[in-house]
Design a protein around this ligand. Sequence first.
Ligand SMILES: *Cc1c(COP(=O)(O)O)cnc(C)c1O
Length: 353
Amino acid sequence: MSRFWTDKIASLDPYVPGEQPQDKKYIKLNTNESPYSPSPKAIEAMALEVSERLRLYPDPNCATLKNALAKSYKLDASQVFVGNGSDEVLALAFMGYFAGGKPLAFADITYSFYKVYAGLYGIEPKLIPLNDDFDIIPADYENLDVSGVVITNPNAPTGKALPLADIEAILKANPDVVVLVDEAYVDFGAQSAVSLINQYPNLLVVQTLSKSRALAGIRVGYALGHADLIEGLERLKNSFNSYPIDRVALVGATAAVEDEAYLKEICDKTIATREQSVKDLEALGFSIIPSATNFVFATHPEKNAEQIYLTLKEQGILVRFFGSDKPRIGNYLRITIGTDEEMAALTAALKTL
Ligand SMILES: *Cc1c(COP(=O)(O)O)cnc(C)c1O
């Protein structure tokens, strides 16, 4: 607290990211990073950029990256927006499309940053409870008097995917507001809503290079949607920071998006490891929500999640525990899928418990 703080600063309830401890080397299964290197083509492009061109500003319009994304998703470049991580894209979308006075609908259990942005922009959250199996029920999104809807698909931290028909039902039920679908994990096994973009001018799909493309370190995310929605985001971005994507990130992201074979290779590996990990954890008595992501959401009927989290941390393995005070998920752990070796180390540590 400082006497210089405005009421606004004092009122904020900032996001708390998963631990990034610097004290020793952990097996990090707590922030859904990829255990694999990014595309070698991306690394090569970034190295060249560092050695030759850093004195120049980057392209404020990110044209090469937008063109690569447009090509990959069979869209026009005018349907692509690029930001400094999808967190920044989400922040701009909340500011631009959801701060109109009415509440914003999203699930009671979902990415916790939505509540933080809502607080930042004075948006009232309208929390729509998942059912007892942690499913989103599309009928719950009908007849809402809201400024917009945010759906995370697959959802986090549950890992559960929603079929495309259910996303379409939610879009149809909310034609006069923006429906934002956060697809941070879609490459690990869910159906993307990108195929609906040309039919629904109210659809904004947000994705990131941080998870499936193993590039959390360069901070690149993007939104795909109708050109008018994208232009709105551009107006906001250019009223705040014209250069949120640096030169290194720009060339690395472009090369990574173009390297679709590598994306598939590392996603397939993660999915195979996930299926094995589910079996191993179930054999130890854990109950696992079916996951379409690079993590599993796990609970043990006889063990305390916080105790497991603390014991694993002592043994050098970090998983995500959200707090025993969290309603409905207080005895769950979110475990990122690492390499086969990392997951074997996890299973071995859990056995000693
Ligand atoms: C990780 C994550 C993001 C943020 O990703 P960045 O692009 O790294 O900012 C957004 N939404 C969800 C649901 C996530 O899990």
